[in-house]
Ligand binder design. Structure first.
Ligand code: ADP
Ligand code: MG
Length: 273
């Protein structure tokens, strides 16, 4: 860990929140697509047995021959798991229900929390020269999510603009601290993004005020509005940027991508030199 030359070139971001339905997958897909639109090379890692990120970028379940399960548990060749998507510069390791058994299989493995890190650090992946690797986590603080946090440089947390949004965040932060104290001392919080924001709703602005008061700078300036195009796009197997390029959802994820790029610029620049 202390040898910087062993670090992957790509910036690895785990998109995590143990609550379901808060916009993790929507953020993973559309932030990835927005980064790719900026000319960056992005790998999306579907780490949820539901495989929603895979479906959302148009990977047919029948084509998911080899998945992140095979990568993690079977030591599959990354090239065999990798799929190109219809978005230039956006590739994915897809998932399916196979991954549901990974948690149990990992428990008895001595390297149970670092399987994904080891898989992503293979020279074959390094050679693909990704700028960003985004990991779409399952809705739990299971071993899969811990694997994502161990593999990652940082954690990006989508927060649904709803009552109780901040509840559960302390549990997530505790897991981050535990991962820091054990295997990944450099793990950072990339940022917190408010999702499904409804400007006409007092509750949304109240949650936003609370989040900014409690988390300060960690909260992105960009908020993701509730936008029906965002919820329609996955059924067409497209990021919203492809499905409806000028929608509010597309604009918001482009703005979020700009913030993420800005934050990582120093590092990207360093890497490009
Ligand atoms: P998670 O991955 O955290 O479970 P999803 O990204 O799958 O959450 O989002 C849950 C549901 O809400 C999905 O049906 C998705 O299409 C919808 N959704 C997510 N973000 C938005 C948004 N900003 N506006 C409208 N619908 C959204
Ligand atoms: Mg999801």
């Amino acid at each position: 860990m202390s040898d910087p030359t062993s670090l992957p070139r790509a910036r690895i971001i785990a998109i995590a929140n143990q609550k379901g339905g808060v916009g993790k997958t929507t953020t993973a897909i559309n932030l990835a697509a927005a980064l790719a639109e900026q000319g960056l090379k992005v790998l999306l890692v579907d780490l949820d047995p539901q495989g929603n990120a895979s479906t959302g970028v148009g990977i047919d379940p029948a084509d998911r021959d080899k998945t992140t399960y095979d990568l993690l548990i079977e030591g599959a060749d990354p090239a065999e798991v990798l799929h190109q998507t219809d978005v230039e510069g956006l590739l994915i390791f897809p998932a399916n229900a196979d991954l549901a058994s990974a948690d149990i299989q990992l428990v008895s493995n001595e390297k149970r929390s670092s399987m994904l890190r080891d898989a992503l650090r293979q020279p074959a992946i390094d050679a693909m020269d990704f700028d960003f690797i985004l990991i779409d986590c399952p809705p739990s603080l299971s071993l899969l999510t811990v694997n994502a946090m161990v593999a990652a440089d940082s954690v990006l947390v989508p927060l649904q603009s709803e009552f109780y949004a901040l509840e559960g965040l302390s549990q997530l932060m505790l897991t981050v601290r535990q991962v820091r104290q054990s295997v990944n001392p450099d793990l950072r919080i990339e940022g917190v993004v408010l999702t499904m924001y409804d400007g006409r709703n007092n509750l949304s602005s109240q949650v936003e005020a609370d989040a900014r008061a409690n988390l300060g700078e960690l909260v992105y300036k960009t908020v993701i509005p509730r936008n029906v195009r965002l919820s329609e796009a996955p059924s067409y197997g497209m990021p919203v940027l492809t499905y409806d390029s000028m929608s509010k959802g597309s604009m918001a994820y482009r703005a979020l991508a700009r913030e993420v790029i800005e934050q990582n610029k120093a590092r990207l620049k360093e890497l490009q030199e």
